[in-house]
Design a protein. Structure first.
Length: 400
């Protein structure tokens, strides 16, 4: 069998994380590339300065003001995509942006009205929602007054642009915050699940070994007191100790086997994470029909699920994967059928079309549980179908 399908986690870890600070220079550059296209509204001010329509002093002041405005905007928004500034610093930087936008548009003309779009966006991204809902309309009103003063004909276009951009950025901010909270909640749930599993393991080991070890200790002390006066009775106590220890060993092995046995629901959840991280569109059942299915059959099907998803992630090159778990009634009794189908050009068999070691081992594992495996290329993609008995004592014909 191949290893647990987790190769997509590395890819997910390399992707740009929204709402978190960049971890390296490459990620910082990717976040900057996400921001830079929004600087398109600076085209009008740059064109205005480059046209030579203003005196040299005004042009120099315009270039300086534009550079400061752009630097403050990028610093404010870029930093708040990671670890935000303090509240006072954010308010101060937003006020600087507003003052620069107002001063430059009043002195250099209507070509500079686009700066108010950035002021509105900064308000939406960095300020608390209640403050943003106030400052965005206020920014729009100020922009409209300046546009009217400068004789701008298309005032309503700017009004809608400034207003909608600001409120859209509040939505982006909420999405980023929700993403961070979901990531934290997922980590918390995983930690709680691990703690619960530790407690369950501790309880089971105590229940399994507590009585046996106590009995072994008691009989060992008793055997020690019987020696050397009653060797026959001491030997009987030693035999009892051997019997108790052997039974304790059997109990521990059964418990460990239960812990190691995979569960189909857990494998489905892991498959969703692995496929999504690998960029594969996944369609999986919400809740598999496992009522009355023997544990051995479920474990075999879980191994099949793990192997199939591993092959999809590593070998298929697929864009879409469909997983189905259904009950079927056959002549040999009810069966639980797992179907995993992808649309990728690759497959576990390679160019030769044969099974790899993983599928060969999976076939043997399913046969031990009374199940069967069918796997092979289709017109578009690869399909694996595993069937196991869905009722105690049922069997599946190997030709099914």
């Amino acid at each position: 069998m191949t290893e647990d399908p987790r190769p997509g986690e590395g890819r997910a870890e390399r992707l740009m994380r929204m709402g978190q600070p960049p971890r390296d220079l490459g990620e910082a550059l990717r976040k900057l590339v996400w921001i830079v296209p929004w600087l398109i509204f600076l085209g009008a001010p740059v064109g205005d300065l480059a046209s030579g329509a203003h005196p040299p002093a005004a042009t120099a002041a315009g270039w300086s003001g534009l550079a400061v405005f752009t630097g403050v905007y990028l610093t404010l928004v870029f930093r708040n995509m990671g670890k935000p500034f303090a509240a006072r610093a954010v308010i101060g930087l937003v006020m600087v942006l507003g003052a620069l936008a107002l001063a430059l548009s009043l002195t250099l003309g209507a070509q500079w009205l686009g700066l108010f779009v950035y002021v509105s966006a900064a308000c939406g991204v960095t300020l608390p929602l209640r403050a943003a809902y106030t400052t965005i309309p206020l920014t729009t009103v100020v922009m409209a007054v300046v546009a009217h003063r400068d004789g701008e004909d298309d005032v309503w276009t700017f009004v809608l642009l400034v207003l909608f951009t600001g409120f859209a950025m509040t939505g982006v901010r909420q999405l980023m915050r929700t993403t961070v909270e979901l990531r934290q909640a997922r980590a918390t749930v995983a930690q709680l699940a691990a703690n619960e599993e530790r407690l369950r393991l501790a309880r089971d080991l105590h229940d399994l070994l507590g009585h046996s070890l106590s009995l072994i200790t008691l009989k060992s002390e008793l055997a020690g007191r019987m020696l050397p006066g009653h060797p026959d009775k001491a030997a009987q106590q030693v035999a009892d100790i051997e019997q108790v220890s052997r039974q304790a060993l059997v109990d521990v092995r059964e418990a460990v086997t239960g812990y190691r046995r995979p569960r189909l629901a857990a494998e489905l959840a892991g498959a969703q994470v692995a496929l999504t991280a690998a960029g594969v569109s996944a369609e999986l059942p919400a809740e598999p029909p496992l009522a009355g299915v023997p544990e051995e059959s479920e474990a075999a099907l879980a191994w099949a699920m793990r192997e199939a998803v591993t092959n999809v992630v590593r070998h298929s090159g697929a864009r879409r994967c469909v997983v189905e778990v259904v009950r079927r009634q056959t002549l040999d009794g009810p069966v639980l059928e797992l179907s995993v189908e992808d649309d990728g050009p690759g497959g576990p068999g390679g160019s030769g079309g044969g099974f790899g070691n993983g599928l060969t081992g999976l076939t043997e594992r399913l046969q031990q549980s009374g199940g069967t495996l069918e796997a092979g290329r289709r017109k578009r993609g690869f399909r694996l179908v595993a069937r196991v008995p869905a009722a105690q004592g049922a069997d599946v014909d190997s030709r099914a």
